[in-house]
Design a binder for this molecule. Sequence first.
Ligand SMILES: O=c1[nH]cnc2c1ncn2[C@@H]1O[C@H](CO)[C@@H](O)[C@H]1O
Ligand SMILES: [Zn+2]
Length: 359
Amino acid sequence: MHLSDILRAPKAVLHDHLDGGLRPGTIIELARDCGYQGLPTEDPAALAVWFRDAADSGSLERYLETFAHTCAVMQTREALERVAAECAEDLAADGVVYAEVRYAPEQHQERGLGLDEVVDAVNAGLREGERRSGGRITVRALLTGMRHTERSLEIAELTVAHRDRGVAGFDIAGGEVGNPPARHLAAFQHLRRHNCHFTIHAGEAVGAESIHEAVQVCGAERIGHGVRITDDIQVHDDGTATLGRLASYVRDNRIALEVCPTSNLQTGAAKSYDTHPVDLLRRLGFRVTLNTDNRLVSGTTMSEEFRHMVDAFGYGPAVFEEFTVAAVESAFLPLPERQRLIDEVIRPGYAGLGAQSGQ
Ligand SMILES: O=c1[nH]cnc2c1ncn2[C@@H]1O[C@H](CO)[C@@H](O)[C@H]1O
Ligand SMILES: [Zn+2]
């Protein structure tokens, strides 16, 4: 599959952090504006390399340390609006037609913004980005509660309050070790009582037990990463596999795995693209989606993730169409909107590609 086809292919991303995907030049300008002096360099190209290298640590905790710099410059209404607008523009330029972008509102209150103001600013930016992209992309926000803080119920309430106004659901992120999802049960119960969607980062730095808790105790509809579901899958020498009860449940209930290959290599959740479990999971029938996680911090884009999959597994347009349809089917959007995206945007987009590339 050619690079130009990869770029043109319609894509959907369910797992992309707003504060992990800023343009390096924007960080530098915003840092000057707000007087933040902690950046390691003021050269945009060098800053991009710095993020990726610093995050290439083999540890989720060290990966997450880099976010101190991005969050530091996202503390005003103007900064949040700009970052959100550029996020939508950059995704659209990469061929993304549907995106769910997540961030933790509580991390943007250092200069006095209220939680509602944070959400309103990001929403305004996302709408502006959609407009600038000529309506080629639809973006929704997911509000993230941080696993190590005590504010998840408040963020869950904020999610419910802003639903139907640009916010599609909730998420829990941050260091997984020592912060099991059930600590935030009150938040999940609130969301469930209000019929609100949520996903949980699980099975990234901790194994299958974290996924079990996220799905069976907390009620997650999707799993962020989830790659360590392989702990519950036995692969035999002849290539066949036996699924444990949890793996079967996740597969059979079509619980989407928001897989982020490049991020997994950086945090040590996977060893290489070639041996990444994404291909095994896909072949076993899991609902696998491909995602960026953090475009700046992981130095990636959706097209880059596609390209790595082409190189590692020889995927062609048919597989990417499958991933993209899976993502939209698992989107936190009303069913008719999902159906419309699939029928009117994604299927025709891939039909055009297939005809040209002969696959
Ligand atoms: O892959 C990840 N695993 C866990 N937490 C993450 C990951 N990527 C980003 N964040 C965390 O989510 C916050 C809100 O967007 C970020 O500030 C970062 O701390
Ligand atoms: Zn993430």
